[in-house]
Design a protein around this ligand. Structure first.
Ligand code: UT7
Length: 323
């Protein structure tokens, strides 16, 4: 059977770093509260005029270089974002042009923080169906543009960034020892809309709007849904948590990461953590964590990775990948 093998990874973070103390000078918060409740110490914020497509392009270029691939090999770009440059055209199309790619499909998908898992599942299915041979899957966000910087319950949590992977079609045996994406599981429950949303949009208010979240409620759902979707991935592949080399989770809150690991019986050393330095970068967080851990040699070829995320919608999902 055809498998989608992760041939390369890349990440990009804007140059400007905002530490907790800088936020404490603007809203009623403190470094102590933010670190204790979230594990976040700093986040990156895009410069004026630096757009989601700019972040995505650099991450994509780095993923292509890591894969030893050229842009003209790519016949599909799936870009996950909730903060596109414009309502249309797709940010993916702009990135395609910037990379000099002249063929294939390019489109955005929107599943907020679960976006990269959704995008990976879509690209994997294109490849398995024979419609793509080499795909760029990107998660890129500039959440700093949709934050209410006077709302201390949300503005301290998020950051900007982008991550990307190159997927290549390869022959597999149909076993869990194959390299590539072994499974993806996606979920949505639109009844939970009001717990995490943006209070604007082209069809509702004709404004961009700001992120609104009932954090405590989201937290409760996150721990339950993530444990369930991780269990689903293990069961579908006839594996146990002990078989996993690395959990590469969406980075929303260190306490959620710890809670998920505890539920799985996974040791904390097997979890890739970036939330302390990146904050929550929504769809970019999983590919950024992947790129960082691969670049520093923690994640190695042949290892088994479990990717998971949960976000607005609600949406949530997991992907089991052998690098
Ligand atoms: O990526 C998409 C998924 N998103 C998530 O997974 C986020 C999930 N939620 C969370 O991570 C946590 O719920 C938060 C970090 C957002 C909040 O932590 P919490 O422990 O659930 O705190 P809380 O909302 O219950 O607030 C506790 C107190 C409140 O004060 P009172 O009512 O007890 O007097 C808040 O007003 O902390 C207050 N508070 C703050 N204090 C200082 C809320 N935000 C801040 C702040 N600084 N930034």
């Amino acid at each position: 059977m055809i498998r989608s093998v992760i041939a390369g990874c890349g990440g990009y973070l804007p140059a400007r770093i905002v530490h907790n103390d800088e936020l404490a000078a603007k809203v009623d918060t403190s470094d102590e509260w933010i670190v204790e409740r979230t594990g976040i110490r700093q986040r990156h914020v895009a410069a004026d005029g630096e757009m989601t497509s700019d972040l995505a392009r650099v991450a994509a270029e780095r993923a292509l270089a890591d894969a030893g691939a050229t842009a003209d090999e790519i016949d599909l770009i799936v870009l996950a974002t909730a903060t596109p440059d414009q309502t249309f055209p797709a940010t993916a199309a702009r990135v395609q042009a910037q990379l000099g790619i002249r063929r294939g499909a390019a489109f955005d998908i929107q599943a907020v923080c679960t976006g990269f898992i959704y995008a990976l599942a879509i690209a994997d299915n294109f490849i398995k169906a024979g419609q793509s041979r080499a795909a760029l899957v990107i998660g890129a966000e500039t959440f700093s543009r949709i934050l209410d910087w006077e709302d201390r319950t949300t503005c301290v949590l998020f950051g900007d960034g982008a991550g990307a992977v190159v997927l290549r079609a390869a022959e597999g045996q149909g076993r869990n020892t194959d390299r590539g994406v072994l499974s993806t599981h996606l979920h949505a429950d639109g009844r939970q809309h009001d717990l995490l949303y943006v209070d604007g949009g082209p069809s509702s208010t004709q404004t961009t709007g700001h992120l609104r979240m009932l954090g405590k409620e989201v937290f409760r759902h996150a721990v339950v849904n993530l444990a369930a979707v991780v269990g689903e991935a293990l069961k579908a592949n006839d594996l146990t948590a002990a078989d996993i080399d690395w959990l590469v989770p969406h980075q929303a809150n260190k306490r959620i990461l710890d809670g998920t690991a505890r539920k799985l019986g996974l040791s904390p050393e097997k979890i890739v953590v970036t939330v302390d330095r990146h904050g929550n970068t929504s769809a970019a967080s999983v590919p950024l964590a992947l790129a960082e851990a691969k670049a520093d040699g923690r994640i190695r070829p042949g290892q088994l990775l479990l990717l998971e995320a949960m976000g607005g919608g609600f949406t949530w999902g997991s992907a089991l990948v052998r690098l």
